[in-house]
Design a protein around this ligand. Structure first.
Ligand SMILES: C[S@@+](CC[C@H](N)C(=O)[O-])C[C@H]1O[C@@H](n2cnc3c(N)ncnc32)[C@H](O)[C@@H]1O
Length: 279
């Protein structure tokens, strides 16, 4: 297990931990800092300072963030998607790394227009507006919009960090639309805290296991296995496109990388690579 540096811990997560005015406070806090204009690292440093000294923020944070930036440096994705952008911490961290690795575009799909505005503002301050494109609305709609617009034909890397039960349904949607191809990498946050059993089961299953479940109609509902808090986290149970079956023939290799929430609570990122898509 890696080590967590307590000095860098965010404030503890409260019962109400977002959408209570803290996101607007964060924007003012970042704007008040000198030298943030055009500097992704200074903007990230300011966001982390707010999370430590003012109020908790549901960001991926430095420890888990490093797992994904290392992967970006190694895989050099041209096209990257994130599902769930919140205040733009992951957007700025990963888009900055992707641009440095020679990438083409980072798409941030965020359901809340209010949070999308915060992301736009902070991404603008960081100087990444030309590289990042926001798609505002539910992720399943955003994915279809990007495909129909001809902007995304293959996903090179996708960071999943939105409504937990939607990880599996959105992955299946991407499979059905042909966006998951050999070499696609998925990085799924929060698979330990709060956890995501249906997603882990899906990406770790063999083709035979997936085929059997489809044939015997034994597929578990992708909304099963979540605590009430995780299922209602963003204001209610979201509608999910359960009818999308995905492509059980796709072969994945998947592994858990243990790490920590920015508060120091143990968590992990599931890293999944698509190794084969039969013709
Ligand atoms: C944990 S936060 C994302 C944190 C961000 N990735 C970071 O590390 O800085 C989850 C975000 O997902 C958004 N969200 C929830 N359900 C969504 C959906 N179906 N489609 C798109 N965004 C969604 C929420 O509004 C929230 O901003």
């Amino acid at each position: 297990m890696p080590h967590f540096d307590e000095k860098r811990a965010y404030a503890a997560q409260e019962d109400i931990f977002f959408d209570d005015g803290r996101e607007e406070e964060l924007v003012e806090f970042v704007k008040s800092k000198p030298n943030v204009q055009g500097s992704p690292s200074a903007v990230l440093k300011a966001i982390d300072e707010f999370g430590r000294t003012k109020k908790y923020l549901m960001n991926v944070g430095e420890d888990k963030g490093r797992i994904v930036t290392d992967l970006i440096h190694e895989a050099k994705p041209e096209i990257m998607l994130e599902l769930g952008g919140y205040c733009g911490y992951s957007t700025i961290l990963f888009a900055h790394a992707q641009r440095a690795a020679g990438g083409k575009k980072y798409y941030s799909l965020e359901r809340s227009p209010k949070f999308a505005k915060v992301i736009k503002t902070l991404v603008g301050i960081a100087g990444l507006s030309d590289f990042v494109e926001m798609v505002v609305g539910p992720s399943n709609e955003g994915i279809r919009i990007l495909l129909v617009a001809g902007k995304v034909k293959k996903i090179d890397m996708m960071f999943l960090d939105h409504y937990k039960p939607a990880y599996t349904t959105d992955l299946k949607l991407c499979e059905s639309l042909g966006l998951i191809q050999k070499g696609t990498i998925l990085a799924a946050d929060n698979v330990i805290k709060p956890g995501n059993p249906p997603y882990l089961e899906y990406v770790r299953s063999s083709v035979e296991e997936k085929r059997k479940r489809v044939a015997e109609k034994q597929e578990k509902k992708d909304t099963e296995g979540f605590s009430d808090r995780a299922a209602k986290q963003y204001g209610g149970v979201e509608e999910l496109s359960m009818e999308v079956k995905g492509n059980p023939e796709i072969v994945y290799e998947s592994r858990l990388v243990n790490s920590f929430e920015p508060t120091g609570v143990p968590d992990g990122i599931e890293i999944t690579r698509c190794v084969e898509v039969p013709a």
